[in-house]
Design a protein around this ligand. Structure first.
Ligand code: HEM
Length: 353
């Protein structure tokens, strides 16, 4: 640190000395001439263009990133993050809340049409519920602390003022960094437990053609343990969750990965022309923007999931609370799964799942 400061100080001192001993440089600047009047191998214009386009020089410092004086992509990164990512992410979040509200007004709470049977069937064992709530609980906290990093300065700062906002943000950063690992654990566990129920099948097509039966009363498309909508949520959560985890780790341990250069190289095989000679800083910028886009997309989808799993559908939340769901609920939403369970029970009196 002291060494870096000393080198920086020396550089500033030498540059100032050069300007003082050569007053024509500052005069040239005022009169609009290119300073230096170089007639050597490289003109000043070439030199400044080289620096302006983010090229690295050589440095005495150990940190190779400090050899880049101007990193123009930083401007682009900032403009994308504070521009379209924040704007469309925010619109998406508000949009889904508005849509769900409109859907609730139109359809109300989806009831168990045949009435509650009063008899239950085990849908999720304790380990399933543990995996779900580990993943869900950490996701919600990661989402809130992540949203603060994008929108906090517009929403919370004016309300709480700089001191409280700083405390919230620093605390949020720790929550975000540490809970990332419990999210990954929950995600991995849910994947292991549920992947076999989420393999696409022909029945899913039936379910999709009937719009999942959620728009009209009396429509109950066939489904096994998970219907087509849930399978989509499962795969998007798994793939998006993995992607957000990998880019998050790259943000936590910066300048160590080449994931974007490697992915771009793979995509270029398909005929794309993406840049593959990314600097460590550019990798980091891609990681950050990607982390933001994927997590905002996941949040938008998960808000809809939370709605249908709680206020939107009678009886659904029991599956993740006690694990026991009403038999009539199960017959209406997962008829083939109930059949399967009944057959298993007949051939094996032990509770199957
Ligand atoms: C915080 C509020 C949440 C509630 C009330 C909730 C509710 C539920 C319920 C009731 C189920 C079982 C549905 C069934 O029986 O078929 C379920 C399943 C599931 N949940 Fe959640 N959940 C929440 C948050 C989350 C979050 C944050 C994630 C992911 C990050 C998530 C991912 C899943 C997945 C992948 C499934 C299995 C597939 C599916 O049913 O869609 N949940 N959730």
């Amino acid at each position: 640190m002291f060494r870096k400061l000393l080198v920086t100080f020396m550089m500033i001192f030498v540059i100032n000395l050069a300007f003082i001993s050569n007053p024509s440089v500052s005069i040239a600047q005022v009169s609009g001439e290119v300073p230096g009047k170089t007639l050597g191998l490289k003109s000043d214009a070439d030199l400044w263009r080289y620096i302006r386009t983010g090229n690295a020089g050589s440095t005495q410092m150990k940190d190779e990133l400090s050899a880049v004086m101007i990193q123009s992509e930083g401007d682009n990164w900032r403009a994308i993050r504070n521009g379209p990512v924040s704007l469309y992410g925010g619109l998406g979040l508000l949009g889904i809340i508005g849509l769900l509200f409109a859907f609730y007004m139109y359809r109300g709470k989806i009831k168990v049409e045949t009435g509650l049977a009063g008899q239950t069937i085990l849908r999720f064992a304790a380990i399933d519920r543990f995996a779900h709530w580990l993943m869900a609980g950490s996701f919600v906290l990661l989402a809130l602390t992540g949203l603060n990093l994008i929108y906090g300065k517009y929403v919370l700062l004016p309300i709480f003022g700089p001191e409280i906002f700083t405390a919230i943000t620093i605390g949020g950063k720790y929550i975000h960094n540490y809970l990332a690992f419990s999210f990954m654990l929950g995600l991995a566990l849910a994947f292991i437990l549920w992947v076999r129920h989420n393999i696409p099948s022909k029945i899913d097509w039936e379910w999709l053609k009937m719009g999942g039966g959620i728009f009209k009363a009396g429509m109950h498309p066939p489904a096994k343990k998970f219907n087509a909508g849930q399978k989509m949520i499962f795969w998007i959560t798994m793939i998006g969750g993995l992607s957000v985890s990998m880019s998050g780790i790259a943000l936590m341990f910066p300048f160590q990965t080449t994931m974007f250069a490697d992915t771009f190289a793979l995509l270029n095989v398909l005929g794309l022309n993406l840049p593959t000679d990314l600097t460590a800083l550019q990798e980091q910028q891609y990681n950050q923007v990607w982390h933001g886009i994927v997590s905002l997309g996941l949040m938008i989808m998960i808000i809809a999931h939370i709605y249908i799993g709680s206020v939107g559908m009678e009886g659904a939340i029991d599956a993740m609370n006690s694990g026991e769901v009403d038999r009539n609920w199960a017959k209406e939403h997962h008829n083939l799964w109930v059949k399967e369970m009944d057959e298993k029970k007949k051939s094996n009196p032990e509770p199957a799942e």
